[in-house]
Design a protein around this ligand. Structure first.
Ligand code: NI
Length: 219
């Protein structure tokens, strides 16, 4: 027997509803949807592979972003080897300490997981703010951090980043380039690049420069 005929006749996945169109036309509709979904998935994959410039706007592969976000925990592990004195000393006149910056990044990790990632995971479309570095929030984060020992802070900061990364990994790939609804919204991938990958790099470069200059103080 011809295979295609047997597939058409006996496919158990054929949906039969009362007063539905014929089985054949339902199957045709199913196939059309499957073809369309396959095209969308292919398009999505191609788009995600493109890391670079498109009309001046960078397009990011979610897995690259997530793995770069995970890399931050390696820096935190290195800080375990630095004395608490070096970590808690201001990096310059009137500047934050390494301790403050770690508390700052941790606060954004926790905030972003709670306000945005968990909501997307639950099928909602939370607004993604364009700018996430607010003075009051940052002051509060630094103050909270100063109540913790270096070890406690590094432990909490590491857990916060690991948890954020784990939740991001659970999101479907289509959550990343999708523009979320809201007045001042951006796509999740662009947001992760600016407010996590680039933000991490900005602060880690600062902290590494400071630590390199204070190598003598390493314990
Ligand atoms: Ni910052």
């Amino acid at each position: 027997m011809d295979r295609s005929v047997s597939d058409n006749d006996g496919n158990p996945s054929t949906i039969s509803l009362p007063r539905s169109p014929s089985r054949l036309s339902l199957r045709a509709a199913d196939s059309a949807i499957i073809v369309m979904l396959e095209r969308m998935i292919e398009w999505e994959k191609r788009r995600n592979r493109q890391v670079g410039s498109r009309r001046g706007k960078r397009v990011h592969a979610p897995q690259d972003l997530i793995s770069q976000m995970r890399d931050y925990t390696r820096f935190l592990a290195e800080l375990g080897q630095v004395t608490a004195e070096t970590v808690s000393a201001p990096m310059g006149e009137g500047k934050w300490s390494v301790h403050d910056v770690v508390a700052h990044i941790m606060a954004w990790d926790v905030n972003f997981l709670e306000t945005t990632v968990l909501a997307i995971e639950a099928g909602q479309q939370p607004p993604i703010a364009e700018e996430a570095d607010f003075q009051a929030f940052n002051e509060r984060a630094a103050a909270v951090g100063r109540r913790m020992t270096k070890e406690h802070l590094l432990d909490k900061a590491t857990r916060a980043r690991v948890e954020l990364v784990e939740h991001l990994q659970r999101l479907p790939s289509q959550a990343f380039p999708a523009t979320q609804q809201g007045a001042t919204t951006r796509d999740l991938a662009g947001f992760l690049d600016r407010n996590f990958v680039s933000h991490d790099k900005h602060h880690v470069d600062q902290m590494k420069a400071y630590l390199a200059a204070h190598k003598v103080a390493r314990g």
